[in-house]
Design a protein around this ligand. Structure first.
Ligand code: DX5
Ligand code: ZN
Length: 232
């Protein structure tokens, strides 16, 4: 099944950390488009995960884009390190940077695609004056810090709002911007999430918590297709 304009991005946060290279290969073989890489610093969020050294270690295991989600404060110093470690996309939370416009430019200057991440309570207007520097907008549908949380339903309304802003931008001649969702994405809600406007779907526990990664990814694509059929 090929849906080139949608992207499934399994989150390594729920993978087996003792076998990360193998997990990356397996999930890409199972149909993953991007690898979502959650970086937590026990400061911006109450959890501590993985950094540029681990990104560098998994890089030889796949050619799929590595989507680095920075949940760290401050942000800027670590960006060159992730670019050097082979990251393709780097997103950060604008409240964690003193100068989000400068941080976006820094990411792009290092050859990566750049994006802002919006917590459930963070208003979308943070994107208004930096649209030209965005490749990705990532909406959190849980509070960041942990995998396996419940999808916050109000995110659907926020997705529709973000979709409108992005469509208005591209229709006026702006560059394409992906709309990514992260947190509590499952087979049974991905259709509604796509219908609300998301084109890129992070899923951690739903994929790595299953025995058969391909079955979950295929089922997710099936639900996306069904949702499209309903809206067509
Ligand atoms: C949470 C992370 C997510 C997390 C998603 O702070 O940003 O990427 O891994 O996990 P699930 O899909 O289990 O909610
Ligand atoms: Zn994430």
């Amino acid at each position: 099944m090929i849906l080139p304009d949608t992207c499934i991005a399994p989150s390594l946060l729920s993978a087996d950390f003792a076998r990360l290279g193998e997990e990356v290969r397996n999930v890409v073989d199972a149909g993953a488009d991007w690898i979502h890489f959650d970086v937590m610093d026990n400061h911006y969020v109450p959890n501590l995960t993985i950094g540029p050294m681990v990104c560098e270690a998994i890089r030889p295991h796949t050619t799929a884009p590595i989507d680095v989600h920075l949940m760290v404060e401050p942000v800027d110093a670590i960006i060159p390190q992730f670019a050097q470690a082979g990251a393709n996309i780097i997103t950060f939370h604008p409240e964690a940077s003193r100068h989000p416009d400068r941080t976006l430019a820094l990411i792009r200057d290092h050859g990566c695609r750049a994006g802002l991440v919006f917590n459930p309570a963070t208003p979308l207007h943070w994107m208004d004056y930096v649209m030209d520097k965005l490749d990705v907008v990532l909406l959190m549908s849980v509070n960041p810090g942990f995998g396996g949380q419940q999808f916050i339903p109000g995110t659907l309304r926020k997705l529709r709002d973000a979709r409108r802003r992005i469509d208005a931008w591209t229709q006026a001649g702006g560059q394409p911007i992906r709309l990514e969702i992260d947190g509590g994405v499952k087979v049974d809600n991905i259709g509604a999430i796509h219908a609300a406007g998301a084109d890129t779907f992070v899923a951690g526990s739903a994929i790595f918590g299953a025995d058969d990664y391909r079955a979950v990814i295929d089922a997710m694509r099936g639900e996306i297709l069904k949702a499209r059929g309903r809206s067509a």
